[in-house]
Ligand binder design. Sequence first.
Ligand code: ADP
Ligand code: MG
Length: 554
Amino acid sequence: TTDMETKSFEADVARLLHMMVHSVYSERDVFLRELISNAADACEKLRYEAIARPELLGDDPKPRITVVADAENKRLSIEDNGIGMNGAEMTEALGTIARSGTRAFMERLEAARGGEKAELVGQFGVGFYSAFMVAEKVEVVSRPAGSEEAWRWTSDGKGSYSVGPAKPEDAPQRGTRVVLHLMEDAVSYTEPYRLERLVKSHSGHVPVPVSLVDKSGAEPREIADGTALWVKSKNEIKREDYTDFYRSVAGQYDEPAATIHFRAEGRQEYNVLAFIPGSRPFDLFDPDRSGHMKLYVRRVFITDDAELVPRYLRFVRGIVDSADLPLNISREMIQQNPLLATIRKGVTSRVLNDLAKLAENDAEAYGKIWENFGAVIKEGLYEDFERREQILKLVRFGSTTTGEASRSLADYVAGMKEGQKAIYFMTGDDRARLEGSPQLEGFRARGIEVLLLTDPIDAFWTANAPEFDGKPFKSVTQGGADLTEIPLNKAEAKDKPETPAEVDGFLAFVKETLGDDVSDVRASDRLTESAVCLVAPENALDRQFERLLSAAGR
Ligand code: ADP
Ligand code: MG
């Protein structure tokens, strides 16, 4: 048509496209699951909009995705009867990088080399633009639900795209058709069996049925039935089914580290299918710290920002499908709904319990989870006081007796020395430096274990007076970490020498010399080799915490 407008891609998109085409060839199968997942998203968006406006569905209420293979013309299309896009929406969605994940992906991709690159594409999934890994030209024709007008977007992925109106008869009745003009070496993606295998293995659990039409003559065939995995009973579900679903719901491309699947019944009824990812999602430390659990109501997708788990469990991915929430609730109102609070509580308890069970039954698997997400889980120690005891059981520590962060507080308490009343810890950013600290001498000499806390977050929760098993946490740099009560060895326990008088004189001299720079000077049992060390007064801020505050300009 004549009124097509040509526009340049946002600089980032152009860079991304260039990198995709040139560096990640070996992982190109992913394009299909990305396009099918977009088609399914579009159907779910429509299903949601249609709750308030049923007329949007017209005489075609059942969502569907159709993959059309046309070997003769070297074309592959993915068509849906979902929400559709108009021209402005195409420009926004297909000309810029809207999702932060893609941006994060690019940063990582630029830093990676060779084989790592393919692995990254595997991990991230890169959305719509992955179409250009197999297509020399991509055409998108769309008709928004409820609209008479149709729109077209085309690009060869080399810097610019065109967008403008399309003839309605060239577009689907409703929804979007993405047509891939396949590169010569990608024509095999039109082979029906290859397509079927790819769809089944990578998109078998999208909540919309997928059919395959082979232009060379065969009948259209349904290759995925669109049944939501979470409503099936557990013994019908294979491990691969869970993995496939995890990948599509989490946008991760690894194996889940743990799968949590249950149905809550009683006062409230809901299904939960949640996963602990096998690796860190890219946005784990984004400032908004938002979660990614999707909320469904009776199989209808409602929103993915209902905060179904607390922030310190934001790495959990999956869905909650409620039988009781009203369908016609607005996304804004949902947050206030008391039913949602109950669900949140139920899901949180279950996730923490399952983690505790795993820690008990499979320390190695749990250790991996802790390594990836421990720093996030620890945020719960000061954000969720109600569950602090429960979370403390999950925490693993590095200490003066163990190399890795693998010590539980139960282990620590079991190994406490006679006369020891507190759980001793030291915070800092560097383990090696902590280990060399003179503060530890007296503890070492007495065989007392000290937890070495090196996550920035540790300075915060330890400042909140935690206790475990009735024992307070105490920083070794605080004056209270007084070791006089704990005998150095058996002989000393019997007759403890008095502090000689010269020491008192010397202390008075030091105190006078230093004046207001210190609040006190004391003889101490904490040193065995070094002559002096600085400690924070009892009940004052821990030294590391003080440093953090002053670094933050407070
Ligand atoms: P994401 O799916 O994570 O948002 P994508 O790159 O896969 O990122 O897609 C970008 C956007 O393009 C989508 O958010 C959506 O707005 C739009 N889009 C892509 N495919 C379709 C489709 N089949 N129907 C409607 N909108 C689509
Ligand atoms: Mg997508």
